[in-house]
Design a protein around this ligand. Structure first.
Ligand code: SF4
Length: 291
């Protein structure tokens, strides 16, 4: 299999076949992200993708799930994604789900009809980096989309029957705004009905615009206790049935649960963690590297 540059995938796709269809990230401008900062975006050629699938057929003929890499692979047009999906089914006929990272802006570029056609080709789950439901924070993170875009585009996925996981970050709004961020993000989640919600926690990667803003005093990261209180608040405000997929190592308290069924248990879990930590640590800003 050919992989060019860094490859990232959700922790939950550890046993999934990774197929490269793009290199880097087409957007590559989010304030906090340096994952692909030095990588030139490009699209993989269809004949190389076919060679990779021929190899996959030899080694993993019974694969049921494929994750298309890299950073925002759903940036590919429906016209490009359809032949890729068709090749996957030609070589790996047992595949039931083709999934990938997507941005809200990637959804804007596809018609309702195209979303349905992609779903019929088993592109039926997406990992969407929505990041926050807090309008001012979304602008600061420089995702290139507005809160109205998130509301509209994620609902279009519901209408197309295309399931998605909602990625977001505790601490995204910075110190003093965790409760606002939790309330606004929970509201967006409740409105858009993702099958799972996937938290990470904001950290400052060296040389990111965020790190520069922190150095210049323009942004202040949330303390540990602020992040943990935000986590509890968000969990408390989730009203829809959705999986809480929180095992990413960047989070302080890592667990999976089903909401709202496990709401009380999940909040208690964070509380018991807080009780075990000393005040100095709770009031500090632990070093974290955002993804
Ligand atoms: S967070 Fe995602 S969309 Fe933003 S620059 Fe990083 S990989 Fe690209």
């Amino acid at each position: 299999m050919k992989y060019t540059g860094p490859v990232y995938r959700p922790p939950y796709e550890a046993n999934t076949l990774l197929l490269q269809v793009t290199v880097g990230c087409a957007h590559n401008k989010c304030t906090f992200c340096t994952m692909y900062r030095d990588v030139q975006f490009s699209m993989e050629k269809l004949d190389q993708i076919e060679r990779d699938l021929q190899e996959a057929k030899q080694q993993h003929p019974n694969v049921r799930r494929v994750f298309l890499v890299n950073g925002d692979a759903f940036v590919l047009s429906a016209r490009r994604l359809k032949p890729i999906a068709e090749l996957i089914h030609k070589y790996l006929p047992k595949v039931e789900t083709i999934t990938m990272y997507a941005s809200v802006s990637n959804l804007k570029g596809k018609t309702d009809e195209e979303l349905k056609e992609l779903r019929e080709l088993k592109i039926n789950e997406l990992w969407v980096g929505a990041e926050t439901g807090h309008a001012e924070t979304l602008t600061y993170l420089n995702k290139g989309t507005s809160l109205e875009d998130s509301q509209k585009q994620l609902k279009r996925l519901n209408q197309a029957g295309l399931d998605f996981y909602f990625g977001f970050m505790f601490g995204a709004a910075g110190s003093g705004k965790g409760m606002e961020n939790a309330a606004a993000t929970a509201k967006l989640i409740n409105e858009t009905n993702p099958i799972g919600i996937v938290p990470t926690t904001l950290g400052a990667n060296a040389n990111s615009p965020l790190a520069n803003d922190i150095e210049d005093g323009k942004f202040q990261l949330a303390t540990e206790i602020e992040v943990l209180e935000e986590q509890k608040k968000l969990i408390d405000l989730i009203e829809i049935e959705t999986e809480y997929l929180g095992i990413h190592g960047i989070n302080t308290v890592t667990f999976d649960s089903l909401l709202p069924r496990d709401k009380e248990k999940s909040i208690k879990r964070v509380d018991s963690y807080i009780e075990r930590l000393d005040d100095a640590y709770l009031n500090s800003i632990p070093e974290r590297h955002s993804i």
